[in-house]
Design a binder for this molecule. Structure first.
Ligand code: ADP
Length: 411
């Protein structure tokens, strides 16, 4: 059984084809600049076929899917003989609203709910729908499954998901905390539970998904009971370009300073804030760490006379806020067994992991600096001697979760 996993953005479409018997990737790739000009990078894995990496005309997501299918089945770049070898498609879907608590086989009802969710995720759902519709058109006989970023967080209790605003917005407009990165929090917390002995009951874990977008989840007995992102992915810790939780009055204040309408003002908070806003030159943590005088290979701090103060400040604000949310989740959980770092920064930045953990020394978190000084290409235990809390860095694999859910639903 082969499952094609699709992650459709507004102008991009990432894909991975899994052989579900081995859970190995057969091919992966990325269509970029859809609707502009178009580029496709397609990489067959392990069968000796060539990589395709070239500009091609991709006016819509439908052409992008056709190009992907063509490459997957072609003589030069292919990994399968024909379309019939794709048994199902799993779609990363950002929002399931209040209706979806688990992954779902896509039918007209699911499409209708997704269309209704556009008001909650206007940037992401239309792109997800374009990917879904393109696949349904190109592969009408192949079952399609939606895997929602929000569904792992459906166990969050009312007191944590209700905003202290007029209740009618929840009742009439579905405004509540939803949370995102659910597949990632679910995947790494399950691996952490395995390492803690395999029994979810009684475990208290905080997972830190730190990437371009970042969120934390408080996970008790294997279930999410709070998470930092909210009705949209803007809330919570500071991110690459998003501000995270700030005083909501800033919308009004920035609008007055810039003389802009709400939409443009929200663009400042979504696209020009976070560590980019503070440092000013890049949202990429590799650039920021380098500018701050940090050796990104092992996290050590170099003597650097021209270290950029704003780069260091951006890192300090980030690690401070992440540590502060971890502290609050220790209250939420009533203790902590394991702290887990994942995603681009969590897996690859020894410096950020240490900067966060050093701020938690008062509650007994100690890491082993030597174990921490590498990228987590596999499960990495960085717990130090005498630590009251296990500290892990675990590579996430959202695509595999989507493929597994898809298999479970179609079989
Ligand atoms: P996305 O949210 O888009 O999936 P990723 O999880 O890939 O993002 O994370 C991207 C972030 O990871 C970027 O800020 C990037 O700089 C950071 N990152 C990747 N490698 C390193 C590294 N070696 N050191 C520090 N940060 C890194």
């Amino acid at each position: 059984m082969n499952v094609l996993v699709i992650n459709a953005g507004s102008s991009s479409l990432k894909y991975q084809l899994f052989d579900m018997k081995t859970e190995k990737i057969l091919a992966k790739g990325n269509c970029d600049r859809i609707g502009l000009d178009g580029h496709l990078k397609h990489t067959p894995v392990g069968n000796g076929k060539s990589v395709f990496d070239s500009d091609i005309h991709l006016p819509t997501h439908a052409e992008a899917i056709s190009a992907v299918i063509e490459k997957l089945t072609s003589d030069d770049y292919g990994v399968i003989g024909s379309l019939s070898e794709i048994n199902a498609v799993g779609h990363r879907t950002v929002h399931g609203g209040r209706k979806f608590f688990a992954s779902a086989l896509i039918d007209e009802d699911v499409i209708a709910v997704l269309e209704d969710c556009i008001r909650l995720a206007p940037l992401h759902i239309p792109a997800n729908l374009m990917g879904i519709n393109a696949c349904r058109e190109s592969m009408p006989a192949v079952p399609q499954v939606a895997v929602f970023d929000t569904s792992f967080h459906h166990t969050i209790p009312e007191e944590a998901y209700i905003y202290p605003i007029p209740y009618k917005y929840y009742e009439e407009n579905d405004i509540r905390r939803y949370g995102f990165h659910g597949t990632s929090h679910r995947y790494v917390s399950a691996l952490a539970i395995e390492r803690l002995g395999g029994k979810a009951e009684g475990t208290k874990i905080i997972t830190c998904h730190l990437g371009n977008g970042s969120s934390l989840a408080a996970i008790k007995d294997g279930k999410s009971i709070d998470t930092t992102m909210g009705v949209t992915p803007l809330e919570g810790v500071p991110m690459g370009t998003r501000c995270g939780s700030v005083d909501p009055s800033l919308v009004d204040i920035i609008a007055a300073i810039e003389g802009t309408a709400i939409k443009e003002t929200m663009d400042v908070l979504n696209k020009k804030s976070g560590v980019l806003g503070i440092y000013g030159k890049s949202s990429d943590f590799r650039d920021i760490e380098t500018a701050a005088g940090i050796d990104i290979s092992d996290g050590s701090t170099k003597e650097k006379t021209d270290a950029d103060h704003r780069a260091k400040l951006a890192l300090d604000v980030f690690s401070y806020q992440v540590a502060k949310f971890i502290g609050s989740y220790i209250v939420t959980l009533g203790g902590l067994d394991a702290l887990v770092f994942t995603a681009g920064i969590g897996e690859n930045s020894p410096y950020i992991r240490k900067a966060i953990c050093d701020r938690l020394s008062g509650i007994g978190v100690v890491i082993n600096d030597e174990a921490n000084a590498v990228r987590a290409v596999d499960f990495l235990d960085i717990t130090g001697n005498g630590s009251k809390v296990k500290v892990f860095a675990i590579p996430t694999n959202e695509e595999l979760v989507i493929a597994r859910d898809t298999m479970e639903i179609i079989t």
